[in-house]
Design a protein around this ligand. Structure first.
Ligand code: GCU
Length: 677
């Protein structure tokens, strides 16, 4: 992926001074500071061919010069020049990086921070940035976790990069080398924990053998400062604990979870915490016993408190047997309704994990309004790195621009600036906890995720979790250079393609906020607009012969628009102010409704957008082919194959969707285009 440490081209590697030795202070072999020393060695060797010695203490007598010294504030001690101002500016996991010619100082607030600082320094070098710098970098939020939907048999729910790398046959595998390498990759972008099993959790994760296996897995992650967490099945007290109930207020159930938690911490002393999906898509939960979701979350949070663990509680709670004949039924309403009255009722170590939009990782969704309703509760945003509805790694879709539309959205809570990113980092409501969860689904495929270009999304996820104010463009350029090199043509070509990819995908799939229009019944892949109605899942378009779109207004529809704070609600409620890209999310309109920005009718926009999307996709293979010789042939060929496929699939999409709505609406494309003929 991006940790190649490829040699710099000569033109870039001249005229600079580099350290002559590496000092990783007080490091034992399993510590992140030790890993930092190893990483610096690997990086300087790869990029510059410099094979430096790594030692673990400062030379006695005079302070080192021409060295890179990495350690924690504590290890540097008072004497060696870490100023009080630096030490006090550092937050947990943060670091200080100072490059002064060939003397480099990296100070972590903790061991993990020191490692992050080393990765940051190496990233600068790999991008040929040799400037002197001196800065503090702190993470925006403490929760920067991936979620991996691994089943214990080794399969993954939504598996696009091969089977999982740590479970097989019901157990944790013996060889955890690759798990350790994955931790290295995650740590290099600041991710600090991994939920290792599927949210649709198997209670057998809690058997003695699996607890031992989890202990080994945590050992594999630990040198990179990555903690392990697990997803739990709410009904475990009954299914594996021999109890007759899983009622969260039952003393026996409380004791069960206390015992399980204490036992787990014996195996994994630094367990990050738990993730719980309750009362969603058939999963058990507290509602079975008429208890609240807060009762359910607190059940796990309390025993975790003794150990410093965090309970991530998912907001993805909804009824999947909705009846479309009810005009007011709306799955999008579910989260705010289910959490109504619960703000402030959660323990301090609970974080409510909210998908970015109210439905399910669609190509375009408005920000989940639940973020505006949790001012006395910690919140995290859930993003999906795995491209479940977005081409499943067979299509190039760079997701950071989509995520940024949500992170940078201003919910105007109480009429004040309330960016989603400031809510999830805890800033807006002064919450102690919060952050980012990214569903990654890493697998055995050599690219980790299933395609070379998809790793841009994992990179961007980690970097945005560290600092969500960064731009999608800036992060992309970093990733391109680190992953493919410095060539200017390559840099601009690949970046441009990636930046066009999400709008393009939206163009040839589902436009104007109608969702992805993919098959939602089985595969979540390929066009199937018919599946988006008459299903219990509540992912509807309400397309008929006359019109299309969900009426989510307060005045005439499901009322969803009214879940936003007043300024935002008013914008979505009115046809005069709703943004075109969300028109059909909020309004049911005739196919002949005109868009505010272009004046096109809705149906003509569908036709035009699908042609435009497919036309852009058709340019990708040739644009990539212009990079021949600038990328090694393995990656060149693999990416080219995917892009040729994508261009073809975009035509399939275009024709399927256009034909479907031409039939529904009986309105012809005014430009007379009919399919591929
Ligand atoms: C989607 C996905 C499921 C997953 C669910 C969730 O619906 O298709 O596989 O379990 O989201 O996030 O819980």
């Amino acid at each position: 992926a991006w940790l190649r440490y490829a040699p710099l081209p000569c033109s870039l590697s001249r005229h600079h001074s580099l350290p002559e030795s590496i000092i990783a202070l007080n490091s034992t072999t399993t510590s992140p500071v030790y890993s930092a020393g190893q990483e610096l060695h690997k990086g300087l060797l790869g990029i510059f061919g410099k094979n430096l010695t790594v030692s673990t203490s400062l030379p006695s007598g005079k302070p080192p010069s021409k060295a890179v010294v990495v350690g924690t504030v504590a290890a540097f001690g008072k004497s060696s020049g870490v100023g009080h101002d630096v030490a006090s500016a550092l937050e947990p996991d943060g670091f200080w990086l100072e490059v002064k010619g060939s003397m480099v100082t990296i100070v972590g607030q903790n061991e993990r921070g020191a490692l992050y600082g080393a990765f940051q320094y190496l990233s600068l070098l790999a991008r040929a940035d040799f400037s002197d710098v001196a800065f503090v970098s702190n993470p925006a939020a403490p929760v920067r976790w991936t979620n991996e939907w691994d089943n214990l048999d080794g399969s993954i729910e939504h598996q696009y990069g091969g089977p999982g790398i740590w479970f097989q046959g019901g157990h944790v595998v013996d060889d955890l080398t690759r798990a350790g390498q994955y931790a290295r990759l995650l740590s290099s972008v600041g991710i600090n924990a991994v939920i290792v099993n599927n949210v649709n959790a198997d209670a057998n994760i809690l058997t003695d053998a699996n607890m031992q296996g989890l202990g080994r897995l945590a050992d594999a992650f630990r040198p990179y400062g990555v903690q392990l967490g697990i997803a739990l099945n709410f009904a475990s007290p009954q299914s594996i604990g021999g109890l007759s109930t899983f009622d969260p207020l039952d003393p026996g159930v409380i004791q069960f979870w206390t015992d399980i938690t204490d036992k787990l911490y014996q195996h994994v002393p630094d367990l990050a915490g738990y993730l719980v999906k309750a009362n969603s898509e058939g999963q058990p939960g507290p509602l079975t016993y008429n208890r609240t979701l807060a009762d359910g979350a607190n059940l796990f949070a309390r025993p975790l408190q003794a150990h410093g663990g965090v309970l991530m509680f998912r907001a993805f709670v909804y009824n999947n047997n909705l009846n479309e004949s009810d005009w007011k039924a709306d799955r999008a309403n579910a989260a705010v309704q289910f959490f109504d009255g619960l703000d402030g009722k959660f323990e301090e170590n609970v974080v409510v994990q909210v998908k970015y939009g109210p439905i399910d990782f669609q190509v375009r969704e408005p920000t989940s309004p639940l973020f505006a309703h949790l001012s006395r509760t910690n919140a995290a945003i859930e993003l999906e790195v795995a491209q479940e509805y977005l081409g499943q790694q067979c299509h190039l879709v760079y997701l950071a621009p989509l995520w940024k539309t949500v992170l940078d959205f201003d919910l105007r809570v109480d009429g004040r600036p309330s960016l989603v990113r400031d809510i999830v980092t805890g800033r807006r409501f002064k919450r102690p906890l919060g952050g980012f969860a990214g569903v990654a689904n890493v697998g055995t495929h050599p690219t980790w995720l299933g395609s070379h270009l998809a790793t841009a999304n994992l990179y961007a996820f980690g970097r945005l979790a560290w600092d969500p104010s960064q731009t999608a463009e800036g992060l992309l350029d970093e990733w391109v250079v680190l992953t493919f090199g410095h060539d200017r043509h390559l840099r601009s070509t690949l970046s441009q393609m990636a930046l066009e990819s999400w709008p393009m995908y939206e163009n040839y799939t589902g436009n104007l906020g109608i969702q992805t229009l993919t098959d939602i019944l089985y595969t979540h892949y390929g066009p199937n607009p018919a599946s988006m109605d008459n299903n219990g899942w509540g992912q509807w378009t309400r397309a008929d012969a006359h019109g299309i779109g969900m009426d989510r207004t307060v005045s005439n529809g499901t009322g969803f628009a009214g879940q936003y704070p007043p300024e935002v609600a008013a914008m979505y409620e009115s046809l005069h102010t709703v943004p075109d890209e969300l028109l059909l999310w909020f309004h049911h309109v005739p196919y002949t409704q005109r868009l505010r920005t272009t004046g096109e009718t809705v149906i003509q926009h569908f036709y035009n957008a699908h042609y435009a999307g497919a036309e852009t996709a058709a340019t990708f293979p040739a644009r990539w082919a212009s990079l021949r010789g600038k990328v090694d042939s393995d990656r060149y060929d693999a990416v080219l194959r995917r892009l040729i496929y994508q261009a073809g699939h975009a035509i399939v999409w275009r024709d399927a969707i256009n034909e479907f709505y031409r039939n529904k609406s009986s309105i012809e494309d005014e430009r007379g285009r009919v399919g591929h003929h």
